[in-house]
Design a binder for this molecule. Structure first.
Ligand SMILES: CC(C)(COP(=O)(O)OP(=O)(O)OC[C@H]1O[C@@H](n2cnc3c(N)ncnc32)[C@H](O)[C@@H]1OP(=O)(O)O)[C@@H](O)C(=O)NCCC(=O)NCCS
Length: 223
């Protein structure tokens, strides 16, 4: 297992610590998938938020063989493959066109007392910048976590809550993948090759910038 940690300031005194881990030695595991987790700490060093995601290493995998790895990993990654990476889907070229790896933003949560400062966006922007060199695309499904496993209970309220999240993430520049119908899972994606008009972060807080400056990368960054 190879792991790497990386930390940066998000503004408002909040610090994010990110860890990326990948086990290439176990062929029965997920040798082409890195786990990405990040924890946000308050100035008092209390954990106040978390992020979870994955990097799918499409550039060093064997074409469609990656489907079985995504399938075995989780329903989330199986959906990412089915909606975005399969033949005919928007990011099919990332596998066969060697466009690079895919960064999947799976979930984000911030403690209620720290909400309202857009720290979630600042965290995502920092991670997008961090993986920009290695990943050709980033993808996500804006999903209000309170509806996990129960989206059918009140479809209209679920769709309203999801729309709020879609608007929330809009400044990050994700675009909606074509959907067969409105009740399908909505996936969003964006290329990571030019950061126009997304959120940036700085010591004084988050702000709109034309380009996110990449944090310095460790020399032996393995991913
Ligand atoms: C999503 C989240 C990380 C954003 O934190 P933040 O950067 O501080 O931003 P806010 O919490 O102020 O949310 C921004 C807007 O999105 C809305 N929003 C955020 N999460 C929402 C949810 N789960 N359901 C409905 N609306 C939501 C907020 O109501 C707010 O809208 P408003 O400005 O009209 O009040 C945080 O709200 C959270 O932890 N939500 C619960 C977990 C979750 O659903 N995560 C989404 C995973 S994709």
């Amino acid at each position: 297992m190879r792991t790497k940690t990386f930390g940066t300031e998000l503004g408002h005194g909040i610090r994010v610590l990110c860890q990326v881990g990948r086990d290439e030695t176990d062929p029965s595991g997920h040798p082409h998938i890195s786990e990405v987790s990040a924890v946000m700490f308050s100035p008092e060093e209390c954990p106040e938020g978390f992020f979870k995601g994955q990097i799918i290493h499409l550039s060093d995998s064997l074409g469609e063989g990656i489907f079985w790895e995504c399938d075995a990993h989780s329903q989330g990654l199986c959906d990412v493959y089915s909606f975005l990476l399969m033949e005919g889907k928007p990011l099919y070229d990332t596998i066969f066109g060697q466009v690079g790896d895919l960064f999947h933003l799976e979930r984000l949560w911030i403690a209620p007392k720290h909400r309202g400062k857009n720290m979630g966006l600042a965290c995502c922007a920092a991670l997008l910048a961090l993986f920009q060199n290695d990943c050709g695309y980033a993808a996500m499904k804006p999903f209000p976590l309170q509806w996990e496993g129960r989206a059918d209970e009140n479809k209209s309220q679920f769709l309203a809550d999801r729309q709020k999240l879609v608007s929330y993430y809009r400044p990050l520049g994700f675009i909606c993948a074509p959907q067969p119908d409105e009740l399908q899972d909505e996936f969003y994606y964006r290329p990571l090759d030019g950061f126009t008009k997304i959120l940036g972060y700085g010591r004084s807080g988050w702000r709109r910038v034309n380009k996110v400056r990449l944090p310095a990368m460790p020399e032996d960054w393995p991913f």
